[in-house]
Design a protein around this ligand. Structure first.
Ligand SMILES: [Fe+2]
Length: 457
């Protein structure tokens, strides 16, 4: 018996060693050939080579905060997130409306950290502060030392302006996109997935945090996950989203969601749903059930605008990523249509495309307007090839880097614009006025009619 046990132990040790060797081998293979984690679809089209990854160095002391960013929590709170190398640094934020270190309030939060293969993260701090007044400048300091930061809270009512940028990455294109974004004021930054393009190289998450800090510490950044947030490794990292969940927590609990991968929030008359393209979405999934409940709670008198963001587009006439959003569309499009969602933003395809109002592949005046805005500036370059002939549903398409702006003027009208990076800041390459479906009487009558019809059946 003892002999058999010994053999078993030796065999188990051998298996573990082989697995570790395989892990090390695949890790270095990914460093040398990152393209092996690309899907077949990604390989099948030509991209214009983008700029190289810019590594943003850490230039403060170990105990000082770095990678500071803020995100909305509930109707009047803000989460402040940052990283310190020093494990003894405190998770506290001092804040107030006066500049220069005279802070009226102080809040304590929590910290986390994670291991990823041979990488050990710094101390990741998250502190929720508030209640905060709307449309007000606040000054704050993290952990009791380091530079003072400031942000402006969003307004309570219209008008409100959102910046929308997908697939951001960290190249010189990213820098130029962010400069353009910053050249005109806005209230909230929305990111429909693919943030750092770390692709398992964890120090790139830190570099990304430092690159975006001047922007993400000033205005709330609200994100949902893309495929580049998954970062699954065989054996050691089987579940995915480790870095994303630790570094970019979303206010999912506040909207009844059990997952950081999908949630909703409301501000200034707008209900925003962040869907998860990489969480289960079939009609028996938690995400589906949550979405049904979330949309049922929407009161269009309180929030006349409903906007959805997700990563893999449901409508796309680019050759890149064809059909990748199709099963999610088939599962959830009916829910969005019934709820009369106004707009759906997606990323993933590295180009800009605006559609008309669509439902089930047909133009429909009561369907959402679809926009692909995956042109933030990542290292993979642009998706240049489009399907021909042009679909009548697709109204504007162009493979250039840029960013979008949604300015909701009032209960009924909003302006969507797309800003190409190589134009001057004032130039709007594409722009359109949109009317909220909440003000389209005929759409609600149709729904009522359908509802009655179902009941009769
Ligand atoms: Fe993507």
């Amino acid at each position: 018996m003892e002999g058999q046990n010994k053999k078993m132990i030796i065999r188990n040790c051998l298996v573990i060693r082989v697995l570790i060797l395989f892990q090390i081998f695949s890790f270095f293979l990914l460093i040398i050939f990152p393209q092996i984690i690309q899907s077949e679809e990604e390989k099948s089209f030509t991209r214009q080579r983008s700029g190289q990854v810019i590594f943003t160095p850490h230039e403060r002391s170990d105990s000082e905060p770095q990678q500071v960013h803020i995100s909305l929590v509930g109707k009047d709170h803000m989460r402040v997130s940052w990283v310190t190398e020093d494990k003894n640094a405190r998770s506290v934020v001092e804040y107030g409306t006066k500049q220069g270190g005279e802070y009226e309030a102080k809040a304590k939060g929590y910290h986390t950290s994670y291991n990823y293969f041979m990488y050990q993260s710094g101390k990741i701090h998250h502190v929720v502060i508030g209640p905060l007044k709307p449309n007000t400048n606040y000054f704050y300091r993290c952990g009791g030392l380091g530079p003072e930061f400031s942000f402006k809270t969003p307004p309570l009512n219209f008008p409100i302006e959102f910046v929308v940028v997908g697939d951001l990455g960290q190249t010189e294109w990213t820098t130029s996109t962010l400069k353009h974004v910053n050249s005109k004021d806005y209230d909230v930054f929305l990111l429909p997935g693919d943030l750092s393009y770390s692709d398992t190289q964890q120090p790139l998450w830190d570099s990304f945090g430092r690159l975006v800090e001047p922007y993400a510490s000033r205005r709330p950044w609200m994100t949902t996950e893309g495929n580049h947030e998954i970062e699954i490794l065989p054996v050691t990292e089987p579940t995915g989203f480790k870095a994303y969940n630790a570094r970019w927590p979303n206010p999912h609990k506040e909207s009844g969601s059990n997952s950081n991968l999908y949630y909703s929030f409301e501000l200034a008359g707008t209900h925003i749903v962040m869907l998860g393209s990489y969480a289960d979405f079939d009609d028996e999934s938690e995400q589906y059930t949550w979405l049904v409940d979330d949309l049922a709670k929407v009161d269009r008198k309180k929030t006349p605008w409903v906007v959805v963001l997700l990563h893999a587009p449901w409508y796309n006439t680019n050759e890149a990523h064809q059909g990748e959003g199709e099963s999610m569309r088939k599962s959830m499009e009916g829910l969005l249509y019934e709820a009369r969602v106004d707009l759906v933003f997606a990323g993933h395809v590295h180009a800009y495309e605006r559609f008309t109002r669509v439902y089930n592949n047909n133009e429909d005046p009561c369907g959402p307007m679809y926009v692909t805005i995956g042109d933030g500036g990542n290292r993979e370059g642009l998706a240049l090839s489009y399907k021909k002939p042009v679909s009548p549903l697709s109204l504007y398409r162009e493979a250039s880097f840029g960013h979008g702006r949604l300015r909701i003027v009032n209960e009924t009208h909003a302006h969507w614009s797309w800003h190409r990076n190589n134009d001057n800041d004032a130039f709007v390459a594409d722009g359109v006025w949109i009317q909220s479906l909440s003000s389209f009487k005929e759409c609600w009558n149709t729904q009522h009619h359908n509802h009655v019809h179902h009941e009769e059946l």
